[in-house]
Design a protein around this ligand. Structure first.
Ligand code: SF4
Length: 348
């Protein structure tokens, strides 16, 4: 792993000539990501709506569809702002605190539901914010887990990451840090010996890798994965169900069985969120349920992730199919564990 990751970050593709779409999300594509696609990104085939056909390029290149928001979509589809207790911190569930540490990502995924944050708050947390987070955790002993997310937290230096981890540890020595990242997949050179050592020293720490397609499993990714596993880090995956990218049972089965074989526990398969300008990526829930039924037949319990949906407007996480009550016209009625009902459109 000789590539200098900071140089690789600087050398990302940031504009796509001829496709300067009016969008709320920046463009950022690592060269490594392009090396995994099967076409030249400048001349790739696109469908009639301008979305690339290659599943990796479709996740990375902007398309005119992004400027089309449907009536069901929202800027903050998960309603995180309702539970915001500090500018970058969300406390929705008593035992868990979400820290959106940065708005920077190695790859700006075109379906991202946090696109408004990524546009406006690219910087890393400042010292004062880190100190406020530490004080908040100290004052709330019910917090057992801190989700460090973003953007992607692995886009900063080890020193800055360590400063945050140390502050969390100071506030609660037994707190589990849940590090949510896509970087080891799309910029694997970031997994340096120094980073692995830091993650090891920050235990209890669990890594949640965001990965959507079997072709994202590269040799470089596997090397980084092995280094982290050798340091004893528990690693799980989360994936988003995406139209035209991974919405076939064969593709998902290959992804989850490969991850399981590599020692990564498939954790979540997410139904698409209602983020503005992402309807072209959303798979109808009826199709998602059918795909999941097929996956249950093909995969073992170790390979099968939970299929989940974040209920619109801060309704929390719902597991599928168990939360489904039924379909009313073109709207699904879902019920959470607290008995509250939620609505999710079949088509948007
Ligand atoms: S890495 Fe995560 S936060 Fe960043 S653009 Fe992709 S989905 Fe959004």
């Amino acid at each position: 792993m000789s590539e200098d990751w900071q140089k690789a970050m600087r050398q990302r593709i940031k504009t796509v000539p001829g496709w300067d779409v009016e969008t709320s999300l920046p463009v950022g594509i690592p060269r490594h990501w392009l090396s995994l696609s099967q076409e030249d990104y400048l001349m790739c085939q696109r469908n009639k709506d301008g979305v690339p056909l290659d599943p990796l390029l479709a996740q990375a290149l902007p398309s005119p569809q992004e400027s089309l928001a449907t009536k069901d979509e929202a800027v903050d589809p998960l309603g995180e702002s309702r539970h915001r207790i500090l500018p970058r911190v969300v406390h929705q569930y008593p035992s868990r605190l979400l820290v959106r540490a940065t708005g920077e990502c190695p790859l700006f995924c075109r379906y991202c539901f946090r696109r408004s944050l990524l546009k406006d708050q690219r910087s890393w947390l400042d010292r004062k914010s880190i100190s406020s987070i530490s004080s908040y955790i100290s004052a709330h002993p019910e917090i057992r887990e801190v989700l460090v997310s973003g953007g992607d937290p692995l886009t900063v230096s080890d020193d800055r990451l360590e400063e945050l981890f140390t502050a969390i540890r100071r506030a609660g020595s037994a707190i589990v840090i849940r590090l949510c990242t896509r970087t080891p997949v799309c910029l694997p050179s970031r997994v340096t010996p120094g980073l692995v050592d830091l993650l090891h020293r920050s235990k209890p720490l669990k890594l949640i890798l965001h990965i959507n397609h079997p072709r994202e499993i590269s040799q470089e990714f596997i090397l980084g994965l092995e280094a982290m596993q050798n340091a004893g880090l528990p690693i799980r995956s989360q994936s988003v169900l995406l139209k035209g990218i991974n919405d076939r049972a064969e593709t998902l089965a290959e992804l989850f069985s490969s991850l399981s074989r590599l020692g990564v526990e498939p954790y979540y398969l997410f139904q698409g969120d209602l983020a503005a300008g992402t309807s072209h990526f959303r798979v109808p829930l009826s199709k998602g349920l059918e795909l999941y039924r097929q996956l249950r037949q093909r995969l073992s319990g170790l390979e099968l992730p939970r299929y989940a949906l974040d209920a619109p407007e801060g309704g929390g996480k719902l597991y599928l199919p168990e939360s489904v009550i039924g379909l009313e016209g073109k709207t699904w009625i879902l019920e959470g564990p607290d008995g509250r009902r939620h609505r999710y459109p079949e088509e948007t």
